[in-house]
Design a protein around this ligand. Structure first.
Ligand code: HEC
Length: 129
């Protein structure tokens, strides 16, 4: 059942650039998780130092910084535009992009995919920054 719901989130919209909104993404992840997003939990997950992933990326803040209204940096020193929606307004509007980077980044930091509940929480926090 859960797997079906996740699938329906992934195929819900055409995978075009600018095919969604942060609110739609949050609603989709909430539906897949069967739970309401919790921005405070998303903030904790984002800021916390994890232990399951790659040693050189223990936290989302490793690349994005603890202040998401400021630019971050990749491991190779390339600038990453601020994640905060208030500073980079085209954030979280492309389902494929969000899924691609959640996939890569959660595996780097946590050593596994983020669950739909975690994605809902993270998105709920990031979208209000
Ligand atoms: C190894 C460096 C690195 C780490 C660690 C990292 N990110 Fe990222 N992240 C990136 C890069 C690079 C991009 C793509 C460039 C961009 O969007 O500006 C990105 C993009 C994203 C996006 C897509 C933004 C959009 O515009 O749709 C999200 C969401 C995101 N990251 C969340 C996270 C979360 C949550 C974590 C912690 C679990 C995390 N990132 C950890 C480097 C990282």
């Amino acid at each position: 059942m859960k797997r079906l719901l996740i699938l329906s989130v992934l195929v819900a919209g055409p995978a075009l650039a600018g095919d969604t909104t942060p609110a739609q993404l949050i609603a989709g992840y909430e539906a897949a998780a069967g739970a309401k997003a919790d921005a405070a939990r998303g903030k904790e997950l984002f800021l916390w130092t994890q232990t399951g992933g790659k040693p050189d990326t223990p936290s989302c803040t490793t690349c994005h910084g603890a202040d998401v209204t400021k630019a971050g940096q990749t491991r190779t020193g390339k600038e990453i535009a601020p994640l905060a929606l208030s500073v980079t307004p085209d954030r979280f509007t492309d389902t494929a992009k969000v899924e691609k980077w959640f996939g890569r980044n959660c595996n780097s930091v946590l050593g596994r995919d983020c669950t739909p509940a975690e994605k809902a929480d993270l998105m709920a926090w990031l979208a209000t920054q």
